[in-house]
Design a protein. Structure first.
Length: 93
């Protein structure tokens, strides 16, 4: 679940802001990360495949988050976003 939430932040709005060669959001009070209000209900289902060796179940989930959100935005709006974060200001525009 943690990797999904981390993937949400990276996909939607997490970014380091610069101006005049300086970092503008250098502490956590200025750097946007997912909050409880940003996270939908998440249900995790793991499958015990006895025919395959264990490969982990946590970190791999982060890989599909940004593409899934991008494709959902494309399907809903017809807008194909191509850079991360997808919605740095919290809106599509």
């Amino acid at each position: 679940m943690g990797s999904i939430v981390q993937g949400l932040g990276g996909a939607l709005f997490e970014a380091i802001d610069f101006a005049d060669g300086k970092i503008l959001n250098s502490n956590l009070s200025k750097y946007r990360v997912p909050r409880f209000k940003d996270v939908p209900k998440i249900e995790i289902v793991t499958i015990d495949r006895k025919d395959l060796p264990s490969a982990g179940a946590g970190e791999a989930a982060i890989l599909g988050v940004a593409p899934a959100i991008r494709n959902a935005i494309l399907d809903a709006t017809g807008i194909g976003l191509t850079t991360l974060p997808l919605l740095p200001k919290g809106v599509l525009g």
